[in-house]
Design a protein around this ligand. Structure first.
Ligand code: PLP
Length: 458
């Protein structure tokens, strides 16, 4: 029986399938076994099943058990309760897909680049707290809902009203089923915010960056792209897909950009692409200098303001608005998924460099399980190997006692791991290797992080 039940008979998620031939014969056994399933027992017997870890689902089963009661019901009714389908048998000599993927996954687990998505469910009344699947509350220190707008009463009211009046979703893409007034109004508002001729809303900024850069660079004849070394994967993907020759300039380094641009023909179409606030190290680009260099060489400029929109400039238009340079940028991308708190996926981003994947994962795990603090470990491929970090983003909901608690717990974790503490002095940014400007930190940041490894470059 234990061999039969290696795969959960009710939820199609566990790794080892039950052979179809055995499944038919095992049906009475499976029905009897349902009585032992903590999720399905209620359906089978109309009562509660025995408590304890799920024998088939391992950690996933345990997570289902620990889910808040209202979600547990959803999981049970939303899961696939049909009989498991037999796997397709491949002809002898076929590529060993299962073995290949099992080996790749094992390698990722080994080097700590395997992603574990933490179940942390936010509650509207208690930001920045969220409930873990262990039933405890943790303070989220790594959210991109920078301003807490995702739970602002006015935002919730507007969303609820729109849902009640117009239903959920658009019923299809804009190509197929028309566009709504909400989209048009949003695009007008965004164009106004960034002082551009027009705006176009995509499903996420990943799609926007990829689509815009790949389209532009492949459309312009003989186009060459100049890309900041720290650019986000979405921009890199768009540039690669365009097939255009690309040149990588050092992170936030206008002099290096100038040097590279000098080697191109003046008449060649060129695009210079960069982020204004870097997504991982929080550094702010020297926008004026980058624009000046690009303009001098006849290049178009593409700035990703994803981490700046809502936070900089008098109207939240980003770094370009803060620096009075909106009229000089050719194309700007932003997102509604971060400060606006809606969809997708100081400076205000505070990266703590760990520099080693296993230690980074252990520190994150320790903070979550011991200290009630959730900070995602950022490992490869989001950052290069050796640049692993914890990325913090304080919000208006983080109180001074929470900050003190965070600093205490971080210091203990740093000590336990034997991680180096950087003396307050003249550190350099581990990402761009330029001197850090600790004077740019606010007083509490200096108190809290002055002795930790905080890359903050101008
Ligand atoms: C710099 C940067 N650009 C673009 C994106 C993609 O944004 P979205 O979440 O809207 O897809 C991200 C996401 O984290 C990002 O950090």
């Amino acid at each position: 029986m234990s061999r039969l039940l290696q795969r959960c008979p009710f939820l199609r998620r566990a790794p080892i399938p039950i052979p179809a031939s055995l499944l038919a014969r095992a049906r009475p056994l499976l029905v009897a076994a349902a009585a032992h399933c903590p999720v399905l027992a209620r359906g089978v017997r109309g009562g509660a099943g025995p408590q304890g870890p799920c024998p088939w689902m391992g950690t996933l089963g345990a997570a289902v058990q620990r889910a808040p009661p209202e979600l547990q019901e959803d999981v049970a009714t939303g899961s696939d309760t049909e009989e498991a389908l037999p796997r397709l048998q491949l002809p002898a000599g076929s590529f060993p897909y299962e073995q290949f993927f099992a080996e790749r996954l094992a390698a990722k687990r080994q080097d700590h680049s395997y992603r574990v998505f933490r179940t942390v469910t936010r509650h509207v009344d208690t930001p920045p707290l969220a409930r873990t699947d262990h039933g405890t509350d943790v303070a989220i220190w790594c959210s991109n809902d920078y301003l807490g707008l995702g739970r602002h009463p006015q935002v919730l009211h507007a969303a609820t009203e729109a849902l009640q009046a117009h239903g959920l979703g658009a019923g299809g893409t804009r190509n197929i089923s028309g566009t709504s007034w909400f989209h048009v109004a949003l695009e007008l508002a965004l164009a106004k915010l960034h002082r551009t001729d027009a705006a176009l809303v995509f499903s996420s900024c990943f799609v926007a960056n990829d689509a815009t850069l790949s389209t532009l660079a492949s459309l312009l004849p003989g186009c060459e792209v100049f890309s900041d070394a720290g650019n986000h994967a979405s921009m890199i993907q768009g540039i690669r897909r365009s097939g255009a020759p690309r040149h990588i300039f050092r992170h936030n380094d206008p002099a290096h950009l100038d040097e590279l641009l000098r080697h191109t023909e003046p008449s060649t179409p060129k695009i210079v692409a960069f982020e204004t606030v870097h997504s991982m190290d929080g550094s702010i680009c020297p926008l004026g200098e980058l624009l000046e260099v690009a303009r001098a060489h006849g290049a178009l400029t593409f700035a990703d303001e994803v981490h700046a929109v809502g936070l900089y400039g008098s109207r939240g238009g980003g770094i370009a608005e803060r620096d009075g340079l909106q009229h000089q940028l050719d194309i700007v991308s932003g997102t509604l998924g971060k400060a606006v708190g809606a969809v997708g996926g100081q400076s205000h981003i505070v990266p703590l460099r760990v520099g080693e994947a296993a230690a980074c994962t252990r520190v994150s795990e320790r903070l979550l399980t011991h200290d009630g603090i959730y900070i995602q470990a950022i490992n490869y491929p989001t950052v290069p190997r050796g640049h692993e970090l914890l990325r913090l983003a304080p919000t208006p909901h983080h109180t001074p006692p929470m900050i003190e608690h965070l600093v205490e717990c971080l210091s203990r974790a740093w000590e336990a791991e034997g991680l180096p503490l950087m003396p307050p002095g003249d550190p350099t940014c581990g990402f761009c290797q330029r001197p850090l400007h600790l004077e740019l930190l606010s007083q509490w940041e200096r108190d809290c992080f002055g002795t930790l490894s905080v890359p903050l470059c101008a």
